[in-house]
Design a protein around this ligand. Structure first.
Ligand code: FAD
Length: 417
């Protein structure tokens, strides 16, 4: 059999890449390998629902029949150990190899680990995979007190979910605010206030110095201020690191991720990288980024398939992201770093508001809490390359829709939203 496309990693990016290859008419062999022993599944529900409900089932990305029906050779439980780029061959851990004409690395990322006394104890976990989520669910059933290290999206989603399941939760965050790198201070403060109202205890400007044990299992976390927090489970959620080692050892250029161009090609053009593992210069800001979102993974995967079948358009998807923390649906569109002013629509007290971020007169992005209409309109506006004036935003969504329609009458659509 002639060599075709091999995709390493069957997360959101890998599965989309396989599907898109077929949708784009690619009729050569497609092999999709995963080191997990699962039917590929949606990750977002793991922290939002799965861990609190003992009966919840994983949500497959595609039904089992999809793979055979699309002639995708899906191989679970297979870990790729190394790439020989010049021979176009992959070595499988434990023996065997796979030849490729084009290789898509969709290897994702893994939780960042922190070493301090006690992190090896049973009951100390991170959440990335379905196996991790099953373990957290099991440990949660035996835990009254849970300490979460890290006040980012995953840590706070877990905090809200396990609090709703009746656990006593303390979040320990090293810097002086939540969601540090990701959202405006007003959103971070709002999220904190609502989580505290749910009974989640939040310690900012604090870290964990060590863990205490009872038998082989964690029993308490000792904070940097010396406080003893009882904990039968400690969840470490301090971010992720991209899985670049395979690519790096094969001589592919790395820069905070597998460096790719606007067509998702790495420094070795036969090797493409997509999703959490890939870093690139973003068309929207001109800055270098590595985005960790389902949208980024799936849009890059679609483009990778188009690159392989010979289309030459550059990446132009509008970045967006969501997170559900308790009764807050947070949605972000655009990239808001570098903003110098903003307009607020809605009402914080009602738990429904949006922040429109500007750099000068350019709309950079919108962060919304429980205002999905603003988010959807934002995706349309940024996709069209339309930057409404702050006064138009302040006048409300109806005026904005009309301004967008007027703009679209004069200018062709620029990007996919
Ligand atoms: P992954 O989904 O991580 O898939 C990579 C796969 O490659 C993994 O299965 C890995 O085991 C496998 N792999 C790695 N190396 C090898 C190898 N050598 N051989 C074989 N297989 C290998 N994003 C949002 O936009 N909204 C959300 O609400 C949201 N919630 C999330 C909640 C949780 C709990 C988590 C963990 C993530 C969440 N994300 C969310 C982020 C989103 O899931 C990721 O951005 C997305 O999964 C990235 O897709 P990926 O395919 O690049 O990587």
């Amino acid at each position: 059999m002639k060599n075709g496309v091999v995709i390493v990693g069957a997360g959101h990016a890998g599965v989309q890449a396989a599907a898109s290859l077929r949708e784009e008419g690619y009729d050569g062999p497609v092999v999709l390998v995963s080191d997990e022993n699962e039917l590929p599944y949606h990750k977002p529900p793991l922290s939002k629902t799965f861990i609190k409900d003992g009966d919840a089932k994983p949500q497959p990305l595609r039904g089992e029949a999809f793979y055979s029906g699309s002639s995708i050779d899906f191989r679970p439980g297979v870990r790729i150990a190394s790439i020989d780029a010049s021979a176009r061959r992959l070595d499988i851990a434990g023996g065997g190899s796979l030849g490729f004409a084009r290789l898509i690395l969709a290897t994702g990322s893994r939780p960042r680990l922190l070493k301090f006394e006690g992190t090896e104890l049973s009951g100390v976990v991170s959440l990335r995979s379905l196996a991790d989520a099953r373990l957290i669910r099991e440990l949660s059933a035996q835990s009254e007190d849970v300490v979460i290290l890290g006040g980012g999206f995953i840590g706070l989603e877990i905090a809200a979910t396990l609090r709703a399941a009746g656990r006593k939760i303390t979040v320990v965050e090293a810097v002086d605010r939540l969601l540090g790198r990701a959202v405006a201070p007003v959103i971070a403060a709002h999220v904190r206030q609502r989580l505290e109202a749910m009974g989640v205890r939040i310690l900012t400007g604090t870290t964990i110095s060590r863990l205490e044990r009872e038998g082989g299992r964690v029993s308490a976390a000792i904070t940097s201020t010396g406080e003893r927090l009882p904990a039968q489970m400690v969840i470490i959620g301090i971010g992720v690191v991209p899985n670049v080692e395979l690519a790096e050892a094969a001589g592919v250029a790395i820069a905070n991720g597998i460096r790719v161009d606007q067509h998702m090609q790495s420094s070795i053009p036969e090797i493409i990288a997509v999703g959490d593992a890939a870093s690139y210069r973003h068309w929207f800001t001109g800055g270098d980024v590595r985005l960790e979102s389902v949208q980024n993974a799936t849009d890059q995967a679609r483009l990778a398939a188009r690159t392989i079948v010979g289309h030459a358009e550059p990446f132009s998807a509008v970045p967006w992201f969501w997170s559900d923390i308790g009764d807050m649906k947070l949605q972000m569109v655009g990239l808001t770093q570098g903003g110098d002013s903003h307009v607020v629509l809605g009402d914080l007290a009602e738990n429904r508001f949006s922040i429109y971020h500007y750099a000068g007169s350019r709309l950079l992005g919108i962060e919304s809490v429980n205002r999905p209409g603003d988010h959807m309109l934002g995706r349309k506006m940024l996709g069209a390359g339309f930057s409404p004036r702050p006064e138009t935003v302040a006048a409300g969504p109806e005026g904005l829709k009309a301004a967008l329609a007027a703009f679209q009458d004069t200018v062709p659509v620029k990007a996919t939203a």
